[in-house]
Design a protein around this ligand. Structure first.
Ligand code: ZN
Ligand code: ZN
Length: 252
């Protein structure tokens, strides 16, 4: 399994002042290529990888509807489906990202793909990868879920934005191959529904994945220097922790 971190920006300032790239993560596993959270730049940054959406992309997964996770979903799906000619591309997203006033994927684009509304604790079989929806997050009144991707015995967990609460530990499996954490803040901020480093440390100490990646940085995290922060997490938890960088490729 190979992961391409197209962008590492998190939150309004770093994303929308383009201090770092944004655009989500590509997960390549066998014949499967999944674009997770194609935020702004997801379409453009895709072309820094060896892939072409209309040949390689098999699915798009949105963890939630916020623009830093979804802004390029329409463009990437238009490209991947060749405007409707290429069938079978899948879109997984929460209900509020698909329907009603809050929807972020255009109704026209939804007719070009196989749409699956993700629900807590459900599993979906893609071509080669199984997507499992773990627990729901509290995150500024939108639906967000932690996601598990499984391929040939390898397990990757993506923990998107949200306020850490202890019940998460009941639903996150132990000892996975990789855990990607949207570690937006260094210090805990009770009033904002985002992960901070003390939360990350608690999760990693308890769940002991083989490897962890921190990403989705706020300005505060960049000031702290993610390279140093990752080392700090490593020494506190014993879990090898990598600070994601724009266009980083990671094989597991
Ligand atoms: Zn968000
Ligand atoms: Zn976010």
């Amino acid at each position: 399994m190979k992961l391409y971190f197209l962008g590492t920006a998190g939150g309004r300032t770093v994303t929308f002042k383009r201090i770092r790239n944004s655009g989500g993560i590509l997960l390549k596993a066998g014949r499967e290529l999944i674009h997770i959270d194609p935020g702004p730049g997801g379409f453009i940054n895709f072309f820094s990888t060896p892939f072409e959406p209309w040949k390689d992309l098999t699915a798009v997964v949105l963890s939630h509807l916020h623009l830093d996770h979804s802004a390029d979903a329409n463009s990437i799906l238009e490209s991947a489906t060749e405007s409707g000619k290429r069938k079978g591309v899948k879109l997984f997203a929460p209900r509020d990202a698909l329907f009603g006033e809050s929807r972020v994927v255009l109704p026209y684009i939804q007719t070009l793909v196989e749409v699956k509304r993700v629900k807590e604790f459900e599993s979906y079989n893609l071509k080669e990868v199984t997507l499992k929806v773990l627990h729901k997050h509290r995150h500024h009144r939108v639906e967000v879920y932690s996601l598990l991707f499984e391929w040939k015995g390898k397990r990757v967990i993506y923990v998107p934005c949200g306020k850490f609460e202890n019940y998460w530990l009941d639903f996150l499996p132990d000892g996975v191959d990789l855990m990607i954490l949207n570690s937006t803040f260094y210090a805990k901020r009770e009033e904002i529904d985002h992960l901070s480093i003390p939360d990350v440390v608690e999760i990693l100490k308890t769940k002991k994945p083989k490897k962890a990646v921190i990403t989705h940085y706020s300005l505060e995290m960049l000031t702290r220097n993610p390279v140093k922060v990752a080392k700090e997490i490593n020494s506190l938890t014993g879990v090898e922790t990598l600070p994601a960088q724009d266009l980083m490729v990671l094989e597991i």
